[in-house]
Write a protein that binds this ligand. Structure first.
Ligand SMILES: Nc1ncnc2c1ncn2[C@@H]1O[C@H](COP(=O)(O)OP(=O)(O)OP(=O)(O)O)[C@@H](O)[C@H]1O
Ligand SMILES: [Mg+2]
Length: 426
């Protein structure tokens, strides 16, 4: 049997932390069996290498290995993705399709973010785990498959069970053996090792000399909380590697790349405001934005008519109501909704780096009216996106990266939040 060190080398796992070694060792021990394994640990701790080790050291190593990100697949299609569907099972099901559990027969399926599975899918999964049986969507025929399941989660499954979002029986079935990966802040000895490895990788990638930390910088690195764990450390190493002309990194230059811990939020949001206030503000903001959009549409309509008609007074006459609606509000009376916003609100202008305004490309067969309308819409969308990104970032920061809590606070599902994070690359 290969040693732990050899396995770590093979799977490019850096570090000598005893808890990390224990996790790798456990993966090696359970690999030859068909026991279900649940990999747990915060986001960015390196959970994804564990199922790979398990598959590679199992008798299934020549079979398929399929990694499924349960949080990223829309609820409406996940059953069909996992278990397949019959032709005609739903609109668009033009042919019979095999699901992952059929394709991976004889191999391993890694169910990442398993806590995100809808309850109906959990029922199907339990059945496969219990007797290897599944039924394609839209079919009544029971099929058999022989798949080893490794699942991973960065959320507290007991919380999910308590809230009725995850079946307790499935949890126990999935977690016959649990492999926990420690957060980076508990791996003080490994932090610098990992940083050096990333620095050398990025030096190679960007064809620059590797950066080097002085002693004070190293101790800051070790004291830092690393809420995004190794993923965050890697990002910091990449940024410094690319941006710092001086390759000797001091405490001060390192600090510039680390977010201020705990103090990067307005205290008023964290300490004083009840959560409901936040969602009220959000509602008001959305209302303001939608009202603005409707005003803009009216304006567009008016402009278009002016351009097409030319006769200003006639347009004025026929659009009296509209003109009053648009311009009435501007003369003195501010938007009432804005006044409802608390003076120290989270949407007040902040140090947000705004993207450059969109570049409008000339389009030959486009008339200028149309181009104008498009531009306004594009800018609006951009600004809405920006606000959304800001809201999500803040909610995540406030909840220390816990997606579940952030989603609750934002009043959206975890799945939606997950997709937004992916969409905006947060
Ligand atoms: N011990 C390690 N040595 C080197 N790189 C590592 C190690 N652990 C993790 N990484 C790197 O850190 C990044 C994050 O790891 P990974 O994607 O496995 O996180 P995760 O635990 O699955 O997080 P999430 O729950 O957010 O999906 C990856 O780029 C991975 O290669
Ligand atoms: Mg992952």
């Amino acid at each position: 049997m290969e040693s732990i060190q050899a396995i770590k080398q093979r799977f490019e796992i850096i570090g000598n932390d005893p808890k990390l070694n224990r996790a790798v060792e456990k993966a090696m021990q359970v690999a030859p069996t068909d026991i279900s394994v649940l990999v747990t640990g915060e986001s960015g701790v390196g959970k994804e290498s564990i199922p790979k080790i398990i598959h590679a050291l199992s008798h299934r190593k020549h079979g398929k290995y399929i990694a499924v990100n349960c949080g990223a697949i829309p609820e409406g299609t996940i059953d069909s993705e996992l278990f397949g569907h019959e032709k005609g099972a739903f609109t668009g099901a033009t042919a019979t399709r095999e699901g992952y559990f059929e394709v991976a027969d004889g191999g391993t399926i890694f169910l990442d973010e398993v806590g995100e599975l809808p309850l109906t899918t959990q029922v199907r999964l339990l059945r496969v785990l219990e007797n290897g049986e599944f039924i394609k969507v839209g079919s009544s025929q029971v099929q058999k498959t022989n798949v080893r399941i490794v699942a991973a989660t960065n959320v507290n499954m007991f919380d999910a069970i308590e809230k009725g979002k995850f079946r307790e029986d499935l949890y126990y079935r999935l977690s016959t053996v649990e492999i926990m990966l420690p957060p980076l802040r508990e791996r003080k000895e490994d932090v610098h090792l990992l940083f050096r490895k990333f620095s050398s990788d990025f030096a190679h990638k960007y064809k620059m000399p590797p950066i080097k930390l002085d002693d004070d910088a190293v101790s800051l690195l070790q004291k830092f909380r690393w809420s995004g764990n190794i993923r965050q450390l890697r990002n910091v190493a990449e940024q410094i590697s690319v941006l710092e002309a001086n390759r000797n990194i001091t405490l001060a230059s390192l600090r510039a790349y680390l977010p201020e811990e705990g103090s990067n939020l307005p205290a008023v949001v964290r300490d004083k405001k009840p959560e409901s206030d936040f969602s009220n503000e959000r509602e008001i903001l959305y209302k303001v934005l939608f009202d603005m959009k409707s005003d803009l549409n009216d304006l567009k309509k008016l402009t278009m008519e002016l351009m097409q008609n030319g006769n200003t007074s006639k347009v004025q006459e026929t659009n009296k109501g509209l003109i009053q609606k648009i311009y009435g509000a501007q003369n003195g009376d501010t938007h009432e909704d804005f006044e409802n916003l608390p003076s120290t609100n989270v949407f007040a202008p902040q140090k947000v780096s705004r993207p450059e305004p969109p570049v409008i490309e000339e389009d030959d067969d486009d008339d200028s009216n149309y181009l104008f309308a498009e531009t306004v819409e594009e800018e609006e969308t951009l600004r809405l996106d920006e606000r959304e990104i800001e809201l999500i970032k803040k909610a995540l920061e406030r909840n220390k990266g816990k997606r579940k809590a952030a989603a609750d606070e934002l009043g959206i599902s975890e799945r939606t939040l997950y997709r937004k994070i992916k969409q905006y690359d947060l």
